[in-house]
Ligand binder design. Structure first.
Ligand SMILES: Nc1ncnc2c1ncn2[C@@H]1O[C@H](COP(=O)(O)OP(=O)(O)OP(=O)(O)O)[C@@H](O)[C@H]1O
Ligand SMILES: [Mg+2]
Length: 353
């Protein structure tokens, strides 16, 4: 039985699952905003106390006792972790392997004066070269990891397992569905301040990158373009009135006979960034066969985004519901299931340990 805690900057989420002979069972889930909806949300001003208070409200509502949790899994975001796939000779001993991975990790982690700490998962023999083994390496600095663990402890939780967002996003999908034999899937988790892109296939190497565009920037654009308050913009963005394809059409043009010139929007910028990352990926890996793009995170539900990305990138895009693969007898249909992808991936990781 695992409880996963995704400490997001807009909402904290908890997913409680258990591995059973039939598959993974969902025992509970919930989310709680850091800032109450009647107050203006400003990610720059979020303090640890707000995350911690939101988590305590949530565990209380879910009747979870933090201290008594046997297995807790929490997340490290891409800003304080680095995930990459590396190749090593499969003859290396475990100690040698760890040393090589430490060296590799040091190359990619911006140093903050503390040591690099690593975690890794052996993926298996390299399909193109049986002398090599593929490894998924997660690295962070000791300072960032300690700060995270200290925060978790202050909230009254046991230390538990820590995993990277990017790995959790992939795990939320692949445990049930597996990775494509050839080519790759693309995952995009749209959070509030960043979106995390993950590309992975059975042969195609793991890749992740953060794009500095999230739901907050989408709301901000509406504030500026429509001259409305943040909360009005947030509500409009979540309503059926809004559509990404209309976001760049000047509102003055509606109803008039003038031809509206579509402006470049935040959604165009998001697509540009995805395209840039995929081009980089193609260059590095020679893999250009992207089967599907799965949207997760709270921002995945933005009206018209699926169609917009499908059209602009010519990749079949869909919203991914990570709860659909779990057994449960809950009656209410979860409309906002996509935002639980990281928490589901973390909880599954907990059950694999
Ligand atoms: N129905 C909806 N339509 C459009 N956007 C939505 C909808 N519901 C939520 N969002 C947006 O999703 C974002 C929050 O997503 P999510 O809960 O994944 O973020 P987070 O995990 O808290 O943040 P981060 O990952 O950046 O730390 C907010 O910007 C919110 O406005
Ligand atoms: Mg998030």
């Amino acid at each position: 039985m695992s409880v996963a805690l995704d400490i997001g900057r807009y909402e904290v989420k908890i997913v409680h699952i258990q591995k059973t002979p039939k598959g993974y069972a969902l025992l509970g889930y919930g989310s709680e905003p850091l800032v109450s909806p009647d107050k203006e949300y400003d990610p720059e001003k979020i303090k640890f106390e707000q995350s911690s208070a939101a988590i305590l409200r949530l565990v209380d509502r879910m009747k979870i006792k933090p201290k008594s949790l046997k297995k807790l899994v929490t997340n490290l975001n891409n800003q304080i972790s680095n995930v990459r796939q590396v190749k090593l000779m499969n003859t290396e001993e475990e100690d040698e392997m760890k040393e090589s991975l430490q060296l590799e990790a040091r190359k990619h982690i911006p140093m903050d004066g503390s040591d690099v700490t690593i975690d890794f998962q052996i993926l298996g023999e390299d399909p193109q070269n049986p002398e090599m083994v593929n490894i998924l390496l997660v690295a962070s600095t000791q300072k960032n990891l300690n700060r995270h663990l200290e925060n978790v402890k202050q909230m009254g939780f046991p230390q538990g397992i820590v995993d990277a967002d990017a790995v959790a996003i992939a795990n939320s999908y692949l445990v049930e569905h597996g990775l494509p034999e050839d080519g790759a899937h693309v995952f995009l988790n749209i959070g509030s301040t960043t979106s995390t892109l993950v590309v992975w296939g059975r042969v195609a190497p793991f890749f992740t990158r953060d794009i500095q565009i999230g739901g907050h920037h989408m709301t901000k654009e509406l504030v500026d373009k429509r001259n409305i308050s943040y909360n009005e913009a947030e509500n409009l963005k979540k309503s059926s009135e809004f559509n990404v394809s209309q976001a760049g059409v000047a509102s003055g043009a509606e109803g008039s006979f003038s031809i509206a010139v579509a402006e470049h929007t935040i959604y165009d910028s998001l697509v540009d960034e995805i395209r840039r990352s995929l081009r980089f990926y193609i260059k590095e890996s020679s893999e250009s066969n992207f089967h599907k793009l799965f949207l997760t995170g709270g921002g995945a539900r933005t009206n018209g985004l699926v169609e917009f990305i499908t059209e602009k990138l010519n990749i079949h895009t869909e919203i991914y519901n990570p709860i659909a693969q779990l057994h449960h007898d809950m009656k209410d249909v979860m409309e906002d299931a996509s935002k639980y992808a990281i928490a589901v991936g973390l909880a599954i990781r907990g059950e694999l340990e």
